[in-house]
Design a protein around this ligand. Structure first.
Ligand code: FES
Length: 166
């Protein structure tokens, strides 16, 4: 016949479990806080390189080329003074804007906004130019950063590595 549990041992066991539970909860709290602080101080440090997409060699582009990269929703355009990586998304209501090679303009099919070949809004309801994404050269190849945080001021990308191909 099994020995019956005394109320005293049940209370002791409950106290032990409560203590263990509290230790886990209060022990995890500081760890979670430390992880949040580290993430704030070093955001995306581990995957910084994953946000760049290779879009070919500078010498692959002729002046006047506008190449589309569907997955990244970005156009890479070559001008006589460098490159620009332009967002495909309209600055009005974010429709996908095709490039018209005949007019050399980006023409939004949704409400008729028109942008020049550098993405500057010329007509229609678009309140501002197409967003420009950051570019760099790595291992001789052009790369575009397409995450939302990379949208920055409208500058031509013309690194010294590119001029030999001009
Ligand atoms: S979404 Fe392009 S003009 Fe409205």
């Amino acid at each position: 016949m099994p020995a019956s549990k005394s109320p005293l041992s049940q209370i002791a066991r409950r106290s032990l479990f409560r203590g263990m539970f509290s230790s886990v909860i209060f022990g995890l709290g500081p760890l979670v806080s430390l992880a949040a602080i580290a993430r704030y101080l070093w955001p995306n440090a581990a995957k910084a390189d994953e946000e760049w997409t290779a879009v070919g060699l500078p010498s692959d582009y002729q002046i006047g080329d506008v190449r589309f990269f569907a997955e990244q929703e970005v156009y890479v355009a070559r001008y006589d003074d460098g490159f620009m990586a332009l967002s495909q998304r309209c600055s009005h209501l974010r429709c996908k804007v095709p490039f018209n090679p005949d007019t050399e303009r980006f023409e939004c099919p949704c409400h008729g906004s028109i942008y020049d070949n550098r993405g500057v809004n010329l007509a229609g309801p678009a309140p501002r130019p197409l967003a420009v994404h950051k570019m760099r050269v790595r291992g001789g190849a052009l790369e575009v950063r397409t995450d939302i945080n990379s949208i920055e001021k409208r500058e031509i990308f013309a690194p010294t590595q590119v001029y030999p191909y001009a």
